[in-house]
Design a binder for this molecule. Sequence first.
Ligand code: NAD
Ligand code: MG
Length: 388
Amino acid sequence: MARRISIFGSTGSIGQQTIDLIERKAAEFNVVAISGGGNIDLLAAQAKILNPQYVITAFSEKNDELIARCSDLDVTCLAGREALLAAAMEPVDWAMSAIVGFAGLEVSLRLATHGTTLALANKESLVCGGSLLTDTCLEHGTVLLPVDSEHSAIFQTLNGEKRSEIDRVIITASGGPFRSWTREAMENVTPAQAANHPKWSMGQRISIDSATLFNKALEVIEAKEFFNFSPSQIEVIIHPQSIIHSMLGFVDQAVLAHLGVPDMRGAIGYALYYPDRKPLPVAPLDLAMLGRLDFEAPDEVKFPALRLAREVMEEGGLAGAVLNGAKEASMDAFLDGDAKFLDMADFVERALQDPAWSKFGDAQQIDAIIAADTWSRNYVRTLTEAER
Ligand code: NAD
Ligand code: MG
């Protein structure tokens, strides 16, 4: 029996790599829904290959274009946010949540109700709505699998180990393109420079997050939410080659590491075939060729994002949603030329320090999370307007 699957964010970097794996074993999968944003050419091309029941663009103004491009296909075209959320309610055996940013949270929450398997690339879901999402999965018997390479590595090294014997988790970070730059040199960095990741090929926004280390900040919070680690158990180490994807340290001081070439199809494929392992189109690891692996401590003065992540974990509640919303709005401003590279961490810190967001209430309520997200975006917009 073919497995019924959906891919939300199918036109993105993770979405396309998921489809690459699906296409190789097309007979094993029955695609229910794929969703994208503004890239209708790619979305229609994917619909042609995968023959899904539903193809959705999140942007309602793209409705006519999508219908025109899919006119020769036997698919139902849908457009807009409500249609996207409705499509996420279609039952499937396996779903990929790979929309970028806060827009992915409500999709993840719906996918978590199917009682099957949810492969989670959208780390913002856990950063903003951690316990809401994990509780929804528990309530419905949904297996939540990490797709972020670090979390997939932790998940795989945890296999068969006793949680009580884990001492710490060591999350690796490439350090991004500005690892060896001075803070002064980073002042006039352009979006193109920031999006040019040295090791991983990813979407524009996560690449810029990697340059500020906000991606690692999100991942630290994601690890706490996913695995229920205490903040003091989570360490970050800079490892420029990105060969070790993360490590677990045990009470006997043994450390288990997960290694592989930097190729997201490894983590996506693990989540696709879990609990089995299947051959994947990933290059073998050649350690002799590599010769060496390097490590260094992160510089939290140059990259304040990691310090902010720790503060957010200590604070709990809606702090994750505020960090993420302020970070997304700061990046919008950076991309529009209204903020400088180093402003991004500064704006996030100022949003977190403002007491106003604590009034939104309970992080278990989606309305409170949305209110905190909206507030933090508006807060950053006010800051960028004041600077202009
Ligand atoms: P991307 O920018 O390449 O793709 C994002 C997808 O989301 C696209 O399909 C786009 O059309 C869709 N989208 C954008 N805005 C939307 C909106 N408002 N509503 C609905 N859909 C929207 O992003 P990506 O790099 O594939 O990352 C996707 C998620 O996976 C992110 O949360 C990212 O942090 C995470 N992730 C990515 C990688 C990677 O290697 N790319 C690795 C680990 C985790
Ligand atoms: Mg990652």
